[in-house]
Design a protein around this ligand. Structure first.
Ligand code: AMP
Ligand code: ZN
Length: 140
């Protein structure tokens, strides 16, 4: 894909710190890490986002994610890790080549993912749930 920064990294046109590579994926370190070792799993094939991923790529992805997460824990002393994956500008996606963030975490470390939990009446949740259930069953 022309003008895709991650395709350029995969092709070696732009330098990166690569920590793992196989036929299908390249895993690099994020230039602006949330914590040390913050890794980005890049499929070598250009997919814009999760909706475009093919079955074979999706099937391999979580195996690589746990391998990287465990590598972060074993090597850098993390006690856990987050997987973050943004789809669409509204969700914070800034590079439109699918990627998965793997971020090492320590107890009492800086918080990196937060949201405000809102109170919600049960009837509203039921209404929303029914709407989603109907749509998802139709698309099945
Ligand atoms: P997202 O907001 O999920 O699209 O994440 C894009 C990520 O790519 C951000 O965390 C950036 O810091 C990271 N990033 C952008 N350019 C580069 C680059 N040249 N090398 C490594 N990471 C990059
Ligand atoms: Zn790309």
């Amino acid at each position: 894909m022309d003008n895709c920064i991650f395709c350029k990294i995969i092709n070696g046109e732009i330098p990166s710190t690569t920590i793992f590579e196989d036929n299908d994926f390249k895993v690099i370190l994020d230039v602006s890490p949330a914590t040390d070792g913050h890794a980005l799993i890049l499929p070598k094939k250009h997919y814009k986002d999760l909706n475009e991923l093919d079955k074979s790529c999706s099937e391999k992805l979580l195996t690589i994610a746990s391998k990287i997460g465990n590598g972060l824990m074993d090597t850098l002393g993390y006690e856990g890790y987050n997987i973050v994956q943004n789809n669409g500008e509204a969700a914070g996606q800034t590079v439109f080549h699918f990627h998965m963030h793997v971020i090492g975490r320590k107890k009492n470390g800086e918080s990196i993912l937060t949201w405000t939990p809102h109170n919600q009446e049960a009837e509203i949740r039921t209404e929303i749930g029914n709407k989603l259930k109907e749509a998802l069953t139709k698309n099945n």
